[in-house]
Structure formats: structure tokens, C-alpha cells
Design a binder for this molecule. Structure first.
Ligand code: SF4
Length: 337
């Protein structure tokens, strides 16, 4: 199903020393063109932390760069892509809240991220304000408190792109009505220095807080990332990982097995392997369900139960995540999509 592309997002300026600038990207990556960078940025911002670039290899097919540097494929017609591939837009009781289940509420705390992953399922959500206003956030928190939900999921964007005081205010505002908060963040992987002692202490003081991180490839787990994850786990915070199955990044059983086994060593539970949501512009990353199921079967034969993520899909009808095999059997997902 084809949908109209959303309003282009303004190109984000890099901050010297912290993110890769356009000029340096063009000079270091011979295969990248200014036209691709500019055109892709207008659809979905480009932001690559220095640390991410430094742990990458300069080839176009590098597993890390592929997730971060725009490619000409983003600009091609995408007949299967959707602006809202997981059906969230009709399930918003407030502009910054999503509710798919009675017991859970999802708060979009910001649209900002440390790294904008080119495959992101919310890549078409940009173009409006990056953050809720103070009044909007207070309204959303009041709704969450009164919702009867047992869990508040902080999402975005990356909820750790906001300051500690905002984050802690959110956690304090929903208690005791909402007892459990989950933070879905890629920051420990993409910006490990964000996991400061103050942040960890503040989260520990506000337990139960679950931290769901997002690593897709074992090369993302560099020493600084290992330290960041260790600080979270040592503080007693449950840490789980969600990966996305991505063509040219981790659609290989050896890579998936190494990622899972390494996460287990780091005391991070490999929770989900997501079927790539067909967001307008991310066609180059999609792996069809038939191949995804074969990879997951091969993974199940390789790794222990504790290292085996569930392979799940979030269908476009907004009904919420289910196993890919079940979705195929129920006719929700075609083997070829
Ligand atoms: S960090 Fe998460 S929300 Fe941000 S671009 Fe990556 S996948 Fe999307």
C-alpha cells in the first residue's frame, strides 16, 4: 500500500565534535553524495554520533554505517511502505500518547534521538515539534495516571534524549497509579556516555524501571557500551534487548547468534527480534517473513533458550505485537512481506 510522503523535516545541524558533520561524512565516505545526504535528510534527519562513526568501517555495506548513513534507496518509490506501519495514529488519546492495550500506555517523550536509524518505523513522524510543551506533557501524564494502565512505556524518539530532570519528573508524576515504567532507549548503545552515574542512581531510586535497549549487531557492543550496560545491570535495573532483523546488517545466523550470546554474557536478555516494519523509505532493510522464520529456526538450533529472542511483528492494523509464525498462519502477514 502506497502513502503520500509527509512534510519534509528541517535538516538538523551537527554539533561540532559530537556528531558526524556533513562535510566530514562526504570527505571520508567516497560512495556518499551530497544529493543523497540532503534529500534523505529532508525526509528524516541524519544524525550520527562520533562514537558510532568511529566504531564503523568506511564501506557502504558496513553493518553499522548502513544503519546510520542515508542511502539513495531511501528516495526510491516504495509501494509497500506506510507512513504509519504499526497502526499507531488512530490509537492516540493525546498527540504524545499511544494506547494499544488496556494495561499499557506509551508516551512519546520526544522525537529526538542520538542516532536516527535509517530503518526506523517512526521515520515518517518528523516534521512537527520535537518535544511536547510543558502543558502537553502534563496533560499526557494526567491521562496516563488516570488510565488504569499498569505500565507506562517511555518511547519516542529516544526517551534518554531528554534531560534527567524531565525524565525523573515523568517517572515521579505517574506513581503510584502506574507502578511500572519501561524505558525503550537506544542511548546505551548509540551514546553510552549518556548512562551517567546520576542517571543510573535516579532510575534505581525510582524502581521498578525496566530498560529495553536496542542493539542489532555484535560490533555495536564496544567497551564503552559494555560499561554502560554494566552500570545499568549492576544497579539492579532489568535490561532487555530488542533487535530489528535488517537486510545487510544482521540477516545472518552467525551474526544473530553472536549478538545474542554476547548479550547474555553482558546479563542483557535478548527479548525480541522484530520483523522490520514497512515504513515508507526503509525498503532496503526488509527481510521477508519466510526468510526471517528460516533464520530464526536456525538461531533456535544454535543458541540456548535464554539467548533466543522471540521473532515478532507489529502489524499495521494496530492490534499489537504477535509472533511472526502466528501472523503468517493467521494471514496477517504474507510469507513474502
Ligand atoms: S533510536 Fe529508536 S526511535 Fe530513534 S531512530 Fe533509532 S529506532 Fe527510531
Amino acid at each position: 500500500m502506497s502513502e503520500e510522503r509527509p512534510t519534509p523535516y528541517r535538516v538538523e545541524r551537527s554539533r561540532a565534535g559530537r556528531v558526524l558533520g556533513r562535510a566530514e561524512a562526504l570527505s571520508r565516505l567516497s560512495w556518499l553524495t551530497a544529493e543523497t545526504w540532503e534529500a534523505a535528510s529532508r525526509m528524516f534527519p541524519v544524525r550520527v554520533p562520533r562514537g558510532w562513526f568511529d566504531r564503523s568501517r568506511p564501506e557502504a555495506d558496513d553493518a553499522l554505517l548502513r544503519q546510520a548513513i542515508p542511502s539513495p534507496e531511501e528516495l526510491l518509490p516504495d509501494g509497500e511502505g506506510r507512513v504509519d506501519p504499526v497502526g499507531e495514529r488512530s490509537l492516540k488519546p493525546h498527540p504524545w500518547l499511544v494506547r494499544k492495550h488496556d494495561d499499557r500506555m506509551l508516551l512519546l517523550l520526544t522525537r529526538r534521538c542520538h542516532l536516527y536509524c535509517r530503518y526506523c518505523f517512526r521515520r515518517n513522524d518528523h516534521g512537527g515539534p520535537e518535544d511536547p510543551s510543558r502543558e502537553e506533557l502534563d496533560e499526557a501524564l494526567a491521562l496516563a495516571r488516570a488510565s488504569g494502565a499498569r505500565e507506562l512505556i517511555l518511547s519516542g524518539g529516544d526517551p534518554l534524549a531528554v534531560r534527567d530532570d524531565t525524565l525523573f519528573r515523568v517517572l515521579d508524576a505517574v506513581r503510584p497509579e502506574v507502578p511500572v515504567v519501561r524505558i525503550h532507549t537506544r542511548a546505551p548503545i548509540t551514546a553510552p556516555r549518556r548512562v551517567t552515574d546520576e542517571l543510573v542512581r535516579g532510575l534505581r531510586e525510582r524502581a521498578p524501571v525496566w530498560v529495553l535497549v536496542h542493539a542489532n549487531h555484535p560490533r555495536e557492543l564496544t567497551g564503552d557500551v559494555v560499561d554502560a550496560l554494566g552500570r545499568l545491570v549492576d544497579a539492579g535495573l532489568p535490561v532487555l534487548n530488542q533487535s530489528v532483523l535488517l537486510a545487510g546488517v544482521n540477516d545472518d545466523v552467525d551474526v544473530l547468534a553472536e549478538l545474542s550470546e554476547r548479550l547474555v554474557e553482558l546479563r542483557v536478555f535478548p527479548y525480541y527480534l522484530h520483523h522490520t516494519d514497512a515504513a515508507l523509505g526503509n525498503a532496503a532493510f526488509r527481510v521477508d517473513a519466510e526468510r526471517g522464520l528460516a533464520l530464526h529456526d536456525a538461531l533456535a538450533r544454535r543458541v540456548s533458550g535464554v539467548a533466543l529472542p522471540r521473532y515478532v511483528v507489529d502489524p499495521p492494523d494496530g492490534s499489537g505485537k504477535i509472533g511472526v509464525l502466528q501472523a503468517v498462519q493467521d494471514g496477517i502477514l504474507s510469507r513474502r512481506s
